[in-house]
Design a protein around this ligand. Structure first.
Ligand code: SP5
Ligand code: ZN
Length: 321
């Protein structure tokens, strides 16, 4: 399995977020994915490739130019120590208080897109798996807003890359604990991406604004958005039922390829998510996905316990191969 990875993600270091009116430590840290990289290398996954540079035009397929400009200008206006949290929603292009902008945020987010596009370029029609091991994550970023530690929607940009290369049916299976409100929004009105997500019930969990089962898509996109919300504490029994349903839908859609937005914040030891999946459950998930025999691009999203991430990722990729 090819893994696309770039060590410069370590320079993206959000430190704070505002949660319930208090400053808390921002959990989206470099160790989250370096623990995965180290563990996968130890398990024999040593095919690491650095990213190539892609033009900005790929980002503009998903994001408004004015949003991209805002992120770029905001980043470059800051000094080395500054960490900007949103103040005026609608002026600031962000929908929460957990997604700070620092001097290198634009550059780091662009690099994450390069990692994902490079990984996408390695996916071919004979069944294979490519892993974009990157951060910052992407699935909360909408067309014109950052949020949820996300700035550019990496998975959505990859979907447009595949569209340009001739794919006409793509599934994005979102397995992060949180609903991918950005990805849902971007593809809500189209039928060429079927967005399917298993996540914590948004009546209780972030991002609250979307992720209900009643959101099924709009216009030509109706029937091509599937939300499978689960209750707090859900373990393998509940999860596998949702996964089986999702995989049946994927089969029936007959996609050219599968993009997985993979978050390990579904792990029982994750400090942010509230499911209770065990290490071994990730092997079961991967085996079922592997049985689809589709080309797979795995895009890293959340997961905030470095040790749990490492164990879950090792099980997942060992079983998927
Ligand atoms: C990529 C990803 O996993 N992003 C997750 C962002 C989760 N942010 C959590 C925010 C915490 C909410 N705090 C509750 C405050 C109640 N008003
Ligand atoms: Zn998440």
């Amino acid at each position: 399995m090819k893994i696309v990875y770039d060590p410069s993600h370590i320079f993206h270091k959000p430190t704070k977020e505002i949660d319930n009116g208090r400053f808390i430590e921002n959990p989206e840290k470099p160790e989250r994915i370096d623990s995965i990289k180290d563990a996968l290398i130890l398990s024999g996954f040593d095919n690491l490739t650095p990213p190539n540079k892609f033009p900005m035009s790929y980002i503009y397929m998903v994001h408004d130019e004015s949003y991209v400009e805002w992120l770029k200008n905001k980043s470059s206006s800051l000094s080395d120590q500054d960490e900007y949290l949103m103040e005026v929603f609608g002026f600031d292009r962000c929908f929460d208080t957990g997604t700070p902008v620092k001097k290198n945020t634009f550059e780091a987010s662009k690099k994450a897109v390069d990692v994902v596009l490079t990984a996408a370029s390695f996916v071919d029609s004979s069944t294979n798996t490519v892993y974009a091991l990157t951060r910052p994550p992407g699935h909360h970023a909408t067309m014109d807003l950052c949020g949820g530690y996300c700035y550019f929607n990496n998975a959505a940009i990859a979907a447009y890359y595949f569209l340009k290369r001739g794919a006409d049916r793509i599934v994005i299976l979102d397995l992060d604990f949180h609903h991918g409100n950005g990805t849902q929004q971007i593809f809500y009105d189209v039928d060429w991406v079927y967005y399917i997500s298993i996540h914590g019930d948004p009546q209780v969990f972030y991002p609250w604004i979307s992720g209900k089962a009643s959101e099924i898509g709009n216009g030509p996109g109706e029937g091509f958005n599937l939300n499978l919300p689960l209750q707090a504490g859900s373990g393998w029994n509940e999860y596998s039922e949702a996964l089986t349903y999702a995989l049946r839908e994927i089969k029936d859609y007959y996609p050219d390829l599968l993009i997985i937005s993979l978050g390990f914040d579904t792990h029982k030891d994750d400090p942010v998510g509230r499911f209770s999946l065990c290490d071994e459950d990730y092997a079961k998930i991967a085996r079922q996905i592997g049985a689809l025999k589709l080309p797979v691009l795995v895009v890293q999203e959340g997961g905030y316990n470095p040790q749990a991430n490492a164990l879950a990722a090792t099980r997942f990729f060992s079983a998927l191969e």
